[in-house]
Design a protein around this ligand. Structure first.
Ligand code: ATP
Length: 457
């Protein structure tokens, strides 16, 4: 059965909570809207998503450098970038229930909760005010006195830090366009619309790369990055028919953009096709704006004397949205022999929080000691987990639910001939392997190309 028929957002939320991947923040105080914490396996998974992105940017290429810029910048940054004036959503309030909605997201047929008990023939819809523009940036103050001039903003995107440092990086990285600067970090937006779990949160991590090119090369690099970014998700196991590239209509474009395409994922339920990542052709908007506002020269000078302000192609992805799509695409439920259902995350091994679980069949007869020895062999190579609690069946299920691709089981035979059982998460095949061969076996498997078992049938 196609996963999208089995999986629902509610099931993903429940699994994340049950296994401690992701859960509501400040829960002991009743939580705070659109804000989540990542537990142990969530942190491991998130780190793997970010590492895969860094590898695609840095390790696989040699025309991109890394940066980690500040979250709080000089507030003039956001005036020049257009965020103080233009980074707004149009909001409407309902006069009856006092809830606030994004004007471009409201459903005109929705029943207002304050009028839900009225008879059906009466007008039970929301009574909206006129739309007002609402700035999404969080403000705070620097210094001990809340006076004028001390207002600063939490960055709503990481990109601006890259533009501010462009000239510095150009010098110390000894680069000339085409080249890119990549950054991963938290951004903040005062989002008021419903979040759909981690799809839309107040604070979120972004993986952004600004690729600086001579103006005439912008169209070809825009095409390059659209294709490359779509392929990244496919290579990490998302089924191609759940992904698409959608070009923005001219009236959808952000204030800085001369062309944007979204990588969209087909989320289950009412969410449907929604943005995972935006790839924008920002032209010379940002560099020119900062050059003007700061009075600093941001031009590139070629050895032949040509001077120009580079154009910028930006792939901007959200860690949480990527992670959520990996979880959804990996989720499966299978009927097993005893009439039970096996819940399993068929994650790409590269993304799996734990690569190998080491399980002694029983908690005695020297099996735990040998299991610890096996784990010690694998620890330098990959994330492992040792588990001796509960029946072996229960332990396999627990690993299936967090997407561990391989379980190594130590039994009485292991003590006699130093072989163990390796169980495959997806095929459930079990093979007997010599303990000394395990590091090589798993290293090879982790480095091999991987296709989602769902695609194989
Ligand atoms: P949307 O239209 O869904 O609000 P956006 O077009 O404003 O998103 P961008 O400004 O293009 O988003 O940001 C780049 C990426 O950052 C998005 O594709 C998304 O993955 C991520 N992102 C943006 N806002 C949020 C948020 N509030 N929560 C989680 N991720 C976000």
């Amino acid at each position: 059965m196609p996963t999208q028929d089995i999986v629902t957002l509610d099931k993903i939320v429940a699994l994340c909570k049950r296994r401690g991947l992701i859960f509501p923040a400040s829960e002991i105080y009743g939580g705070i809207a659109n804000t989540y914490d990542y537990g142990h396996y969530g942190v491991l998974l998130k780190r793997n998503v970010i590492d895969a992105w860094w590898d695609a940017m840095l390790q696989d290429r040699d025309d991109i450098v890394a940066l980690d810029s500040a979250i709080i910048q000089n507030p003039r940054t956001w005036e020049a970038s257009g965020h103080v004036g233009g980074f707004t959503d149009p909001l409407v309030d309902c006069r009856s229930c006092n809830q606030r909605f994004r004007a471009d997201h409201v459903n005109p047929d929705e029943i207002c909760p304050a009028k839900a008990t009225l008879p059906k023939d009466q007008d039970r819809r929301h009574d909206f005010t006129e739309a007002r523009e609402f700035n999404l940036m969080f403000e705070t103050t620097v210094g001990p006195v809340k006076d004028t001039g001390s207002t600063v903003y939490l960055r709503p995107e990481t990109a601006q830090g890259i533009f501010l440092d462009f000239k510095t990086v150009l010098t110390f990285a000894r680069r000339r366009p085409p080249f890119g600067i990549a950054q991963v970090g938290k951004s903040f937006r005062n989002e008021i619309t419903p979040g759909n779990f981690i799809f839309r949160t107040l604070e979120f991590e972004q993986m952004e790369m600004e690729f600086f090119v001579p103006p005439e090369q912008a169209p070809e690099w825009y095409d390059h990055w659209k294709a490359a970014r779509l392929q990244w998700y496919v290579d990490l196991g998302i089924r191609p028919d759940h992904l698409r590239l959608r070009d923005h209509d001219p009236d959808e474009l952000s204030h800085y953009s001369s062309g944007t395409a979204d990588v969209e994922y087909d989320y289950p339920g009412t969410m449907g096709w929604s943005e995972l990542e935006g790839i924008a052709n920002r032209g010379d908007f940002d560099l020119t704006a900062h050059a003007k506002a700061s009075g600093k020269d941001i031009e590139v000078v070629e050895p032949d004397g040509r001077r120009y302000v580079p154009h910028v192609i930006e792939p901007a992805a959200g860690v949480g949205r990527a992670l959520l799509s990996f979880l959804i695409d990996a989720y499966d439920e299978e009927q097993v022999a005893d009439g039970d259902v096996r819940t399993v995350l068929k994650l790409h091994p590269r993304l799996a929080p734990v690569k190998v679980a080491v399980l002694p069949l029983v908690k005695k007869d020297g099996q735990p000691d040998l299991a610890r020895e096996v784990q010690a062999k694998l620890k330098p190579l990959m994330q492992t987990e040792y588990d001796e609690g509960g029946s072996i069946g229960k332990r396999y299920r627990r690993q299936d639910e967090i997407g561990t691709p391989w379980c190594v089981t130590i039994d009485h035979e292991s003590l006699e001939n130093r072989t163990v059982t390796v169980r495959d998460r997806d095929s459930l095949a079990q093979e007997r392997v010599a303990i000394d061969d395990l590091p090589g076996l798993f290293a090879t498997r982790l480095a091999s190309p991987w296709t989602s078992p769902k695609l194989k049938g």
